[in-house]
Design a binder for this molecule. Structure first.
Ligand code: F0G
Length: 366
């Protein structure tokens, strides 16, 4: 059978799809792993909870090539780095940025250095960095210390920094907002997402504004960002020296895009709010067991935030402000398999039974 797609069209990612909105010339090489085009899943159960005829959708970014939304920004940052002739990437990370940077560096044929807080990276993410052959440096310190070191090394040494302080990362990540508008036919009314270093909320807001500017949409959503209670510098309006949360991906005390996040919630009349670790884990289980979507704990912060918003009077954004028939999007940012440790602890031991139908029947009935 003849194929009608050309080699370059197959497995194309966000650059191919949204090139006109990205800083690319014909000379820029495209380093892609087929990222983006992730499912926007309608959730009848969340819609029912919201009531008022609202429709709730889950944007599942965990199905990107390395299992998180970081790939959207990484394809753009690494392609631009290759255009400028870089030989090595560097990043600080709570895990997903390093997994993504390692994979795109391998694809580009360049080396990658990652600086990580020792003992605080989820198993699956560390495994990815090893698998892709990155140079991994663990520090006695947290993500904020790692980013400080990376900023300095990036200034003095021959590295391209691929944290979200690299504007090409934000440019790539804004394509998630484009996809949502393209699929819904307009922007949603409310957008909920987890917040750590605050690059993603910055990127979505940039994407929604840009599409409005190009008349691809008629409105802008209220942006609602959720931090874990023990790592909530934006919510409390002060840096947190020792951030703590089970959601290690968002364990950040001094976010790089703090001001941009503030601007996004201010301009959109949204809010930054906090969710507890217990609520995050409950939301993670709920999403896995009620909707079949297994996300990592940090990702579940948007769902925990949605629940808080629906049922409690102390949510930072009042549910009463929601108009009937609103469209609400919750972004879940990363795949559950990356961060299995908490779930593994909850697993009960499997005791084998005799390999007979009758024993199986008895076991099932228990
Ligand atoms: N969700 C996941 C799964 C993440 O890995 C991150 C950030 C966030 C949410 C928050 O996004 O930082 O743009 O506000 N992870 C970074 C990393 C910090 O190093 O992988 P943000």
């Amino acid at each position: 059978m003849h194929s009608t797609t050309t080699k370059s069209q197959r497995g194309g990612g966000v650059i191919e799809r949204y090139r006109e909105f990205l800083p690319f010339s014909r000379a820029t090489p495209i380093i892609s792993l087929g990222e983006g085009n992730t499912p926007l899943i309608y959730s009848p159960r969340l819609s029912k909870l919201a009531g008022h005829g609202c429709e709730v959708f889950v944007k599942n970014e965990g199905v990107n090539p390395t299992g998180s939304f970081k790939d959207r920004g990484m394809t753009v940052a690494v392609s631009k780095a290759m255009e400028h002739g870089t030989r090595a990437l560097i990043c600080a990370s709570t895990g997903n940025t390093s997994a993504s940077a390692s994979a795109y560096a391998a694809r580009a044929g360049i080396s990658c250095v990652i600086i990580l807080p020792a003992g605080k990276i989820a198993t699956g993410k560390l495994l990815q960095a090893f698998a892709h052959g990155a140079k991994i440096v663990a520090i006695d310190g947290n993500f904020d210390d790692a980013l400080r070191i990376v900023r300095e090394l990036g200034e003095t040494d021959d590295f391209t920094i691929v944290n979200s302080i690299n504007p090409y990362r934000i440019a790539g990540q804004k394509t998630a907002a484009f996809e949502i508008v393209d699929e819904l036919g307009d922007a949603p009314d409310v957008h909920l997402l987890p917040v750590g270093n605050a690059g993603n909320i910055t990127a979505y807001w940039a994407g929604y504004r840009e599409y409005l500017g190009h008349e691809r949409s008629t409105k802008l959503p209220a942006m609602l960002g959720f931090q874990a209670i023990g790592a909530a510098p934006i919510f409390y309006d002060r840096t947190i020296d020792k951030p703590e949360t089970i959601a290690s991906a968002i364990r950040i005390g001094n976010p790089a895009s703090w001001q941009q996040a503030r601007a996004a919630v201010g301009e959109s009349r949204g809010a930054i709010d906090v969710v507890s670790d217990e609520d995050i884990l409950a939301a993670q289980r709920w999403l896995a067991q009620q909707e079949g979507i297994f996300v990592e704990p940090a990702s579940a912060a948007s769902i925990a935030g949605f629940f808080k918003w629906c049922d409690s009077g102390d949510a930072a954004y009042s549910f009463k402000e929601i108009r009937a028939a609103s469209r609400i999007v919750c972004t879940v940012t990363g795949l559950g398999l990356k961060d299995p440790d908490v779930m593994i602890r909850q697993m009960t031991e499997l005791k084998p039974i005799a390999a007979t139908v009758s024993d199986a029947r008895r076991a099932i009935e228990l």
